[in-house]
Design a protein around this ligand. Structure first.
Ligand code: GLN
Length: 483
């Protein structure tokens, strides 16, 4: 049962081949058996899952239908789940039970999705390897000695290992697309404002966006459909109608203009990945796409700008964790300052503390103009590059990551080396654009992703291109040995 995609599950449930309860029990058993190798879950929600599965079966028996009705999923552990631990991968929130459901969680529950648990993640979504979690590193099912990518590494490893068909994730600088690439999944970061951030614990509010991680574009369409839409509780949520994403999958690619930025192929890109990217370009050309070389001249400035803006916003967002209102509180504080200092010093891990310090520094009087304001100006230039490119092309294509998944621990002593791995993904967050990563081959047995970027609100176009590619390739069907 565990090999089925969301689309196959929906058909099976509709045809009464199995019930949601049977499927849920089978997947919970599989998680119990296999997850100790991966560490992809922080919490399992068996009771909730079984009651949701039974309710979904009853709704189907009453004649209701829907692609997510009875479909098992999991949530990255930064989506608030009422009455259930929502840890954000941090000691700070180890004892935090959210008092309400995030909009994404509530919407998916209303559509009938079954929540199997909460997935592991980098602490406060800061990282590209899922090694900064208070609950320990997540392992890549393709090679247990390698990282699964981050920060949504738990969602990615669980879906890649067929513990469940799909999961929610979030992407501030690549955390959906990069783990998708590292684990042979399809992952979509929507346009900023497409998916509500209400109840999604904030890292960098102007960059964070929730989205789906699944094996196929077809499944991403199904999950995104359940997540997207205007939410009056999120002032940055955009009041645009949500198209039928599954209906967008089958468009022809004849005449589609694909831009390939020349800056993507500079030093630092593994040449074997470059070759796989070129192969995917050729495959899309065969389907009728027209390829054009383009330029994104400000791309080189994006990483330094991001690593000022994201920590700046994080330093502000994370000031709410003060030992008074949420989560961890130190023992026997001597006074208020001691309470703040030790609660935060003991509750946050090293990477989170580093980001808070960098962010507070960049925002402080005297440095604001030199760092934060400068970074915001670069952000505009990055956006302008994309706007100019999208006057000429419909889609931008390139590698998702410069290298395949590295070995656990390989970059622990050098945070900047890890930051540099985000070179292809963070520009979409700076500009607020939608981006998708899809499986495109293997290097040394490790998966490689190709990234597609589109203009605002063109998630359907991304899914269409990825689906057509997947109808003509089989990379996304490969399964890691042992799973
Ligand atoms: N690796 C990036 C960071 O550490 C992106 C993380 C994310 O998208 N949440 O900030």
């Amino acid at each position: 049962m565990h090999h089925m995609t969301l689309a196959e599950i929906a058909r099976g449930l509709a045809d009464k081949k199995f019930s949601s309860e049977e499927l849920t029990k089978a997947l919970l058993a599989r998680i119990a058996q296999l997850d100790p190798q991966l560490n992809s879950f922080i919490s399992l929600t068996e009771e909730l899952a079984l009651s949701q599965a039974k309710a979904a079966d009853a709704r189907r028996a009453n004649g209701e239908s829907g692609a997510l009705l009875g479909a098992p999923i999991a949530h990255k552990d930064l989506f608030c789940t009422k009455g259930i631990r929502t840890s954000c991968g941090s000691k700070m929130l180890d004892n935090f039970k959210a008092p309400y459901d995030a909009t994404v969680v509530a919407k998916l529950a209303a559509a009938g999705a079954v929540t199997l648990g909460k997935t592991n993640m980098d602490e406060f979504a800061m990282g590209s390897a899922n090694e900064s979690s208070y609950y320990g590193a997540v392992k890549n099912p393709w090679n247990l000695e390698h990282v699964p990518g981050g920060s949504s590494g738990g969602s990615a490893a669980a879906v890649a290992a067929r513990l469940l068909p799909a999961a929610t994730a979030t992407d501030t600088g690549g955390s959906i697309r990069q783990p998708a690439a590292f684990t042979n999944l399809t992952g979509l970061k929507p346009t900023y404002g497409r998916v509500s951030r209400w109840g999604m614990i904030a890292y960098a509010s102007s960059l964070d966006q929730g989205g789906p991680l699944a094996r196929t574009a077809e499944d991403c369409a199904i999950l995104l459909q359940g997540m997207a839409g205007f939410d009056p509780n999120d002032s940055t949520s955009i009041d645009e109608p949500v198209p039928d994403y599954s209906a967008s999958l089958n468009g022809s690619l004849q005449g589609l203009r694909i831009g390939v930025p020349k800056e993507y192929f500079g030093a630092g890109l593994d040449p074997r990945i470059a070759e796989l990217v070129h192969n995917s370009v050729k495959a899309l050309e065969k389907l009728g796409a027209v390829i054009k070389e383009i330029s994104l001249p400000n791309m080189q400035h994006a990483i330094p700008a991001y690593y000022v803006i994201a920590p700046a916003e994080a330093s502000s967002n994370l000031s709410r964790f003060d030992g008074v209102r949420f989560g961890y509180r130190c023992e026997n504080p001597q006074n208020l300052v001691d309470l703040y200092k030790r609660s935060r010093g003991e509750g946050f891990g090293a990477e989170v503390q580093r980001r808070i310090m960098v962010g507070a520094y960049a925002l402080s009087a005297g440095y604001y103009d030199a760092y934060y304001l400068k970074a915001q100006k670069i952000r505009r230039l990055v956006k302008n590059d994309f706007m100019a490119a999208f006057n000429e092309v419909d889609i931008i294509l390139g590698p998702t990551t410069p290298n395949p998944a590295w070995k656990l621990g390989a970059k622990n002593s050098d945070p900047v080396a890890e930051y540099l791995e985000d070179v292809y993904t963070i520009t979409a967050n700076l500009a607020g654009l939608p981006g998708l990563s899809m499986p495109a081959g293997f290097v040394d047995g490790l998966p490689v992703g190709v990234q597609l970027l589109a203009p605002y609100f063109q998630e359907g176009r991304l899914l269409n291109v990825a689906h057509q590619y997947q109808l003509n390739s089989d990379w996304h069907t490969r399964t890691p040995t042992g799973f």
